[in-house]
Design a protein around this ligand. Structure first.
Ligand code: G6P
Length: 372
């Protein structure tokens, strides 16, 4: 009913709008006033966490994209080798697991069969499993050694939005907590990141307030057949997520690529007026990546692509090559997906609407896939 949707036409719109609160709620009570993390609810003893020598993240769909970003954060802050794998692939390749492996299973519903079977396999091999889950008491957390709940509130729309942002928050918290417990050499950086996390909800709110041009752009592309997405580093999973949303909701051919791979194949797809969304990393910090993406944008534009550029406020280098420029607030590189994903959600939702599709219940899809 309209009341359940809080005055929005679709649950998805409501859930996109709820993201600042979902992010804040997921941080609530997990950072003490001194800026240290208190994840007592993760009932794996610190002594065990200190011995972990390998981390494997398993998930499906949108949660998998959160897992790809988690890998970059975990390795950077903890220096523990981490791999992220599709749950449906994981257990069929005889993965190397033992008591010093931490498996992180990410699932909004907590009922995805592929993820559940993968975590059962991991536990049989003696690995410790930590669930990141949005649904209290669901099967995946019940079968895990520990759980860190995301506090997104119920997500009804099939296409995941607010759960994704809170999965990222939970993964950052786990990574930072591991760094804290293990006395990482990134101690100071960890404290800075904790501060930045507290500022993210307001930044997401600011992004939401500036989405009208994105909706207008989406409507203007309603009769296109293909949209490509490019990104690097954390921007690569964001590109994949933008493409997934467009497939799920707009039923369009959409693909995400690592921008560095462009020259190894995808650039052959570029033709006049093809919309290409580019997620640009912060020009601060890892500025080498930024410069490389700017030359990618130049290359595709020279071949006629219509460039849709998502870049930080104040990033002037992209201006000459952007047919459409979507601004996001400056955010440290590893945290950028929390703001850069939001315009892509809005874009897909509006395109679906413009194409007359059912936003909350896309064809052929289920909110939670409980078969393998
Ligand atoms: C389904 C949904 C996706 C979701 C995926 C994983 O495919 O349509 O939106 O990302 O399952 O779901 P989970 O509940 O495990 O996060």
């Amino acid at each position: 009913s309209a009341a359940e949707k809080g005055g929005y036409d679709y649950f998805m719109l409501k859930e996109i709008a709820e993201q600042p609160k979902a992010v804040a709620d997921t941080l609530l009570g997990r950072i003490d006033p001194a800026g240290s993390l208190t994840l007592d609810e993760v009932r794996i003893p610190d002594s065990v966490l200190r011995e972990i020598d390998k981390i494997v993240v398993i998930a499906c769909g949108t949660a998998f994209h959160a897992g790809m970003i988690a890998k970059l954060a975990i390795e950077h802050w903890t220096r523990i080798p981490c791999e992220t794998e599709l749950a449906s692939e994981f257990r069929y390749r005889d993965p190397i697991l033992d008591a010093r492996t931490l498996v992180i299973a990410i699932s909004q519903s907590g009922e995805t069969m592929d993820t559940l079977m993968a975590l059962r396999h991991a536990r049989e091999q003696g690995a410790k499993v930590l669930a990141v889950c949005n649904t209290n008491g669901s099967t995946i957390p019940r079968e895990s050694d520990a759980v860190l709940y995301t506090h997104a509130g119920p997500e009804v729309a099939v296409a995941s939005t607010k759960a994704f942002l809170t999965q990222l928050i939970a993964c950052y918290l786990v990574a930072l907590y591991l760094a804290q417990v293990r006395g990482s050499k990134w101690g100071d950086e960890v404290r800075d990141v904790v501060r930045e996390l507290s500022a993210v909800a307001d930044r997401v709110e600011r992004v939401l307030e500036t989405m009208e041009p994105v909706r207008e752009l989406a409507r203007s592309l309603a009769d296109k057949n293909t949209v490509l997405f490019l990104g690097r580093h954390v921007g690569y999973p964001v590109a994949l997520e933008g493409a997934l949303k467009l497939k799920e909701l707009a039923y369009m051919h959409a693909e995400g690529f690592a921008a560095g791979e462009l020259k190894h194949g995808p650039i052959a797809l570029i033709e006049k007026d093809l919309p290409v969304v580019v997620v640009v990393p912060s020009p601060r910090g890892r500025s080498v990546l930024h410069d490389k993406i700017v030359s990618n944008i130049q290359e595709i534009r020279a071949r006629g692509a219509r460039t849709i550029v998502i870049a930080e406020e104040g990033d002037e280098a992209v201006v000459p090559y952007a047919d459409h420029l979507i601004r996001i607030p400056a955010t440290p590189t590893l945290l950028q997906p929390l703001v850069s994903t939001v315009p892509l959600q809005v874009f897909a939702c509006e395109l679906a609407t413009a194409r007359g599709n059912e936003v909350d219940q896309p064809r052929n899809l289920a909110k939670s896939v409980t078969v393998e």
